[in-house]
Design a protein around this ligand. Structure first.
Ligand SMILES: Nc1ncnc2c1ncn2[C@@H]1O[C@H](COP(=O)(O)OP(=O)(O)OP(=O)(O)O)[C@@H](O)[C@H]1O
Ligand SMILES: [Mg+2]
Length: 367
């Protein structure tokens, strides 16, 4: 079994608290992605799991073994770095077999493993070349090959695709997914790219300033972000945030009121919103949950707002509208065939069954 468990793991560099009491568990065979902005502590976390960085406090377990004091080479893990770290003077074949030779495997075993990995990664024809004679994508494959041949308990990846151009990155992303399906090796993958996190992860760990913000599967992260940071970080274009107040009207209606924007919260949310009456909250809507009233079947006066179209961005499969009302600026993602002109007034409908509301002070999700 190759679960990986972090218990209250802390990393301090003098005054910098790089990782702040992190707890999580990665199940055997799981693909876990750690994602967050630059400097949030992703690489440090990974390097501590690899044993390349000492832990200031806490425990790291791989399988049923506490590895705090186990040197990297005895942890049975393999790491793939952003810069590939191939030996420039060695042929591909030698790069791939180097680790096995060091560990004293027989010649037959080495040949068999290298040929097997080369087949999986489709690099059979490159084995006699040196790294300089390879493209970026091919080098990345060799770096992967070098880790596969070791058959480690756990793969660690630190932004392995960030040196590739956009198209190749997409292709390698799909290949990594296939590779994981085939090998089923427990994997921990670090990236600052939220699309990579969403597409690759069975489980996503979102970090900010050394702290874990949320751990969940991709769909939960997207549809039920735990706080405003996660809501804004995952999804492109980002979720729209509108500062407003909760206002009680008529008998028992709770409205989100910004002045220009006034919408009635669905009744099912009354209980959670009641403590916020007359208090500021942040109202969040994803771009795809804002629709042109003319093309909407759910419009009512309680969820529809008049705005001005500021910018139109046709992307072919969809069109992004930059909309303004008063001091609010937000983005809607609409059907490209909607007839919309720059600077026109537009009635838009918020799909409030998809709304998010955050506490203004703690930024934690209320809805
Ligand atoms: N050797 C070091 N000495 C001092 N501070 C360090 C050291 N290594 C990392 N840090 C600090 O620890 C914090 C976390 O760094 P880390 O490299 O883990 O971030 P990251 O999330 O991987 O960022 P990126 O996306 O830019 O790679 C940063 O503030 C960084 O400056
Ligand atoms: Mg990093």
């Amino acid at each position: 079994m190759s679960e990986v468990t972090l218990k209250n793991v802390v990393k301090r560099y003098d005054k910098v608290l790089a990782v702040n009491s992190v707890n999580f568990e990665i199940r055997d065979r799981e693909f876990c992605v750690i994602v967050g902005p630059s400097g949030c502590g992703k690489s440090t976390t990974l390097r501590m799991i690899a044993g390349l960085e000492e832990i200031t406090e806490g425990e790291i377990w791989i399988g049923n073994k506490k590895v705090n004091d186990v040197p990297p080479k005895d942890r049975d893990i393999a790491m793939v770095f952003q810069n590939y770290a191939l030996y420039p003077h060695m042929k591909v074949k030698e790069n791939m077999s180097f680790g096995l030779r060091l560990r004293g495997y027989t010649k037959e075993e080495i040949e068999q493993r290298v040929s097997n990995a080369a087949n999986i990664l489709d690099i059979n024809t490159l084995l006699e070349r040196i790294p300089k004679a390879l493209s970026g994508g091919q080098r990345q494959r060799v770096a992967l090959g070098r880790t596969i041949v070791r058959k480690p308990k756990v793969f660690l990846f630190d932004e392995p695709l960030s040196n590739l151009d956009a198209k190749l990155r997409l292709q390698m992303r799909a290949e990594l997914k296939k590779l994981h399906e085939r090998l089923q090796t427990t994997s921990i993958y670090v990236t600052h790219d939220q699309v990579e996190a969403m597409t690759l992860g069975d489980k996503i760990v979102i970090m900010k300033d050394g702290l874990i913000q949320q751990i969940a599967d991709p769909i939960t992260i997207y549809s039920k972000p735990a706080n405003k940071f996660v809501a804004g970080f995952i999804g492109s274009p980002a979720m729209n945030f509108i500062d407003c107040q909760v206002v009680k009207k008529n008998n028992n209606e709770l409205w989100l009121d910004e002045g220009k924007i006034q919408v009635k919260a669905p009744e099912e949310y009354n209980d959670v919103l009641m403590p916020y009456v007359d208090k500021p909250v942040v109202f969040g809507m994803r771009p795809e949950d804002i629709v042109d009233r003319l093309y909407s079947s759910i419009s009512t006066p309680d969820n529809t707002v008049m705005v001005t179209v500021d910018v139109i961005e046709p992307l072919g499969n969809e069109t992004l509208l930059h909309l303004t009302t008063g001091k609010n600026l937000f983005i809607a993602r609409v059907n490209p065939y909607n007839q919309i002109k720059m600077h026109q007034s537009l009635e838009i409908t918020f799909d409030l069954s998809k709304m998010h509301v955050f506490d203004k002070d703690t930024e934690l999700a209320i809805i």
